[in-house]
Design a protein around this ligand. Structure first.
Ligand SMILES: Nc1ncnc2c1ncn2[C@@H]1O[C@H](COP(=O)(O)OP(=O)(O)OP(=O)(O)O)[C@@H](O)[C@H]1O
Length: 445
């Protein structure tokens, strides 16, 4: 089983000891825009303290170095207001208020200064700077507070375990997307490689998230992972809190990919059991939270990953991507049939790389035509009609967006391919969330 390592540790800069490492700001404008790690401010404050440790610093922009926080003179209502402001700070990875995540320790107020203990989940938390900056801004947003001191520490193991437990909602560690999940799971599949499955998955995910849905992408294309690159997060490592893996967020989409755990230049060559365990671990250990839609980018063909996904997620829906070429449609049909054998429902066909519009307005059908309609017709049964849900034209902007990690639906929303993908997302989004139409495996005895 592959070891999914945590993100590379960085040292958290704590402010446990006053002044030397404290990052104290004197005014909202100064702090919210100035990096809290400003060496100038730290050393200025540090030198003040070195000479008069217990005294209020008189340096410009330097807050009291060691105020007597234990004996606050302000009423508790001000610290309550600081706490209320902190409840608006959202952890970028866990997507919940930091107060709910028990990341806020003591909150103390003295005169116009507030001190807050911030407990990060792990040492080297990649979101540390963002959280600290937001905490500082939240403190300074409270009327009457113009000095913010944030003492940054790290949760103890017990606190981390308690958080993991809380995030799981008290449920034992298990596959998150079982038959009773309210999350719609859509596997993007094709028989043939290079038809644009990953490009479609990435853009669809971003378009669905832009429409207000909570979206996750699981890159199950273990051998040819490309989702991190398509979404501009190549090289980003997930944070690990205890046994829980927090998926990086790109363009509002939570993303997990084997590419985040192996060296960029490593070729993954695993046999079936290893692939199975990896996908299973993704579905169990990665904390996606409450999602509306989970998209799966499958490798081409009908191999081990497709079978694993069929076994683990028989209630998933399947979106078949093909090109207009008849040969591609033949193979696409096969991948959909395998999915169907596991109980998954084919919800439609996407014909990608449809005609390229020429400067004179004529359309060049580089890959022929009719493949999508063909595949849909062959996949339709007397009980279930399968439609072509979208035809995505060939687009230079789409390809370029993939190359630079900026999906075309965001970078060029008026591009014909972007418009077609956005319309497809809107169509899929109307499917709603829940168990409606799902086989529940109930039987009457
Ligand atoms: N509509 C399109 N117009 C232009 N280029 C496209 C279009 N769709 C995809 N591409 C390009 O085609 C190439 C293959 O796309 P992609 O990697 O998404 O395919 P895939 O089916 O996921 O491939 P694989 O089989 O490797 O998983 C990429 O370079 C992508 O930018």
């Amino acid at each position: 089983m592959p070891r999914l390592s945590s993100c590379s540790p960085r040292t958290v800069r704590t402010t446990a000891t006053a002044c030397r490492s404290s990052r104290i700001a004197s005014a909202p404008n100064a702090t919210s825009t100035t990096p809290s790690t400003s060496p100038a401010r730290s050393s200025r404050c540090g030198s003040q303290c070195a000479t008069s440790p217990a005294r209020t610093s008189s340096a410009p922009n330097c807050a009291p170095c060691s105020p007597s926080w234990t004996n606050p003179t302000r009423t508790t209502s001000v610290s309550d207001r600081v706490r209320a402001a902190l409840a608006r700070v959202i952890d970028p990875e866990l997507r919940r208020p930091i107060t709910e995540l028990d990341m806020v320790g003591a909150v103390e107020v003295r005169d116009a200064a507030a001190r807050v203990e911030l407990k990060l989940t792990i040492v080297g938390c990649p979101a540390a700077d963002t959280i600290e900056r937001d905490v500082r801004a939240a403190i300074l947003s409270v009327p009457g507070i113009d000095v913010a001191q944030v003492d940054v520490g790290v949760m103890s193991r017990a606190e981390r375990d308690a958080l993991t437990e809380k995030l799981r909602g008290g449920r034992p560690k298990a596959m998150q997307f079982g038959a009773d999940t309210l999350t719609r799971i859509i596997a993007v599949t094709s028989g043939k490689g290079g038809v644009g499955k990953s490009t479609m998955t990435a853009n669809l995910g971003v378009a669905l998230a832009a429409s207000g849905l909570r979206v996750g992408i699981l890159d199950a294309d273990v051998f040819g992972f490309s989702i991190p690159g398509l979404l501009g997060i190549e090289g980003v490592k997930p944070t690990q809190v205890g046994e829980m893996i927090l998926p990086p967020v790109a363009h509002d989409v939570k993303v997990i990919s084997i590419g985040m755990f192996v060296d960029a230049h490593t070729a993954v060559s695993w046999r079936g059991p290893m692939l199975h365990r990896t996908i299973q671990q993704f579905l169990t250990d990665v904390f996606f939270g409450d999602l509306d839609i989970l998209l799966l980018d499958l490798p081409p063909g009908t191999g081990d990953v497709a079978i694993t996904i069929g076994q683990l997620l028989p209630h998933a829906e399947v979106l078949v991507v093909t090109t207009p070429q008849r040969a591609a449609a033949d193979v696409a049909e096969r991948s959909a049939l395998v999915a169907r054998q596991t109980g998954q429902r084919v919800i439609g066909v996407v014909e990608n790389m449809a005609g390229l519009v020429q400067p004179d307005g004529s359309v060049l059908e580089l890959f022929g035509s009719g493949g999508g309609t063909d595949a849909a017709a062959r996949l339709s049964t007397p009980d279930e009609t399968v439609d072509v849900l979208a035809a995505i034209p060939i687009s230079v902007a789409l390809r370029e967006g993939g190359d630079v990690g900026m999906p075309v639906v965001l970078a060029h929303p008026d591009d014909p391919a972007a418009l077609a993908i956005t319309a497809l997302a809107a169509r899929l989004a109307t499917g709603g969330r829940g168990l409606a139409g799902r086989k529940l495996g109930l039987s009457v005895t």
